[in-house]
Design a protein around this ligand. Structure first.
Ligand SMILES: [Zn+2]
Length: 203
């Protein structure tokens, strides 16, 4: 592509969880992948937001908890490839231990995912017209990553807000926030709650 389309951000979330569609024109990335058993709800919200599912180039879970990766396998079956960071691979099998049969969780197959390192993420994102990178940001969980766009927008999943960082995860979470800030993050799109501004004072 000779020049990038402007980046747009749309929320297709439900049940108090944001699922962000980051788009460069019609080239799209879905950040966080729904609760188990809610494919109909996600499809309805995509339709309402005018996002054809065929235009989603990858699904990315900020981490493998059920409200963030619950539909990963069903999205794969709908031809949305699952982008997995190497630091997340070991966290995937535990998903099934947090779900009951009535949740209708479809187990994520390990065989057909696109696994990359954070170092490889910039090139992959550039390939779909999205300038940015994926950063490992442990704190809420070891497998947590954030999508950081070059314009300062950052999708942090459940990384604990700096004001609420507890004793247990304090050091790791603060290091993650500092890493994001140093790399240019200014506007935080969390998985739950409102968008907020990150400045040096807040960390
Ligand atoms: Zn979580």
């Amino acid at each position: 592509m000779s020049h990038s389309a402007p980046i747009t951000i749309v929320d297709v979330g439900y049940r108090s969880t944001h699922y962000w569609v980051v788009s460069a024109g019609t080239s799209r990335l879905l950040v966080d992948l729904g609760w188990p058993g809610t494919m109909g709800m996600l499809r309805a919200n995509l339709r309402r937001a005018d996002v054809p599912i065929e235009e989603i180039r990858y699904g990315l879970a900020t981490h493998y908890h059920i409200d963030h990766a619950g539909l990963a396998e069903e999205l794969k079956r709908a031809d949305v490839p699952l982008l997995v960071l190497d630091v997340q691979v070991d966290a995937i099998p535990a998903m099934k231990t947090w779900t009951k049969p009535q949740d209708h969780y479809v187990e994520i197959s390990p065989h057909d995912n696109l696994v990359i390192s954070c170092d490889e993420s910039r090139a992959l994102l550039a390939g779909i017209g999205i300038p940015g990178e994926i950063v490992h940001t442990p704190g809420h969980s070891d497998d947590s990553v954030s999508l950081l766009l070059d314009d300062g927008a950052v999708f942090t999943g459940d990384l604990t807000h700096p004001a609420y960082v507890g004793e247990r995860d304090a050091k790791t979470a603060r290091t993650s926030w500092r890493r994001l800030r140093e790399r240019g993050a200014t506007r935080v799109y969390p998985a739950h709650g409102p968008v907020w501004s990150l400045d040096t004072a807040s960390i």
